[in-house]
Ligand binder design. Sequence first.
Ligand code: DGL
Length: 267
Amino acid sequence: MGAYMDNRAVGIFDSGVGGLTAVRALRALLPEEDILYFADTAHVPYGKRSAAELRELSAAAAGLLRSRGVKAILVACGTASSEGMDAVREAGLPCCGVVRAAAREAARISRNGRIGVLSTEATAASGAFARELAAAAPGAEAVIHGTGLLVPLIEAGRCDAGDPDVRAAVAAAAAPFSGSGIDTLILGCTHFPLLSQAFARELGEGVALVDSGAAGARAFAALLASEGLLSEGGGSLRCLVSGDAAAFAASLGRLLPEAAPSPVEKA
Ligand code: DGL
């Protein structure tokens, strides 16, 4: 890698634990990157916020990460990716978001051109997935629904496919896709892949699931490589949290045990 190496950390943010789906995938792809993760848990859920609030929160998150010296930013939140990418770009660092990455992966995977998207309500209202899918898969039919049912459960640590409340919430969230003929469903909120077992059980084998966090991580890895920003010899994870640091540390231990104990600091 030589001259193209940059050992500064990458910055990744989400409203809470959802972006850990991107962290998990990025650590597998690029194990030598140091990661600074910001969980804006003082403002979760993002999915109920207005476009103006989301732009402000995205700008603040990007500014915080930049002030800590990161070299590039992954917006590991579908909702912030939908409304906040321009605000993040203003931080002046290379960046990408999960919405475009997930839309492109779904376009490659779908065989019948009927692609579902389950996201937060704010993401569905923004039209971002409709635009990205129209660009990535012209002629495809997009079936897009938002739900506010799942993020509170996941933030409370309820991800087990055997938990009856989780199964009921996933069934309700997936119900609008029944009979739609989709062969691919984008889990367009990065929290949702933490329930992928429950979704797979609910939807059966005929529907391929796209993990928006992992898709974002793959796009981000490609961006780092193309910008000459890959690291050598790192691999740490540090977390900043705007809300309760101890609660986040407990979630991290549960959701990413291979990365624990990583320092969790109040932002
Ligand atoms: N994980 C986020 C997303 O991808 C935000 C969920 C929320 O805070 O509502 O949309």
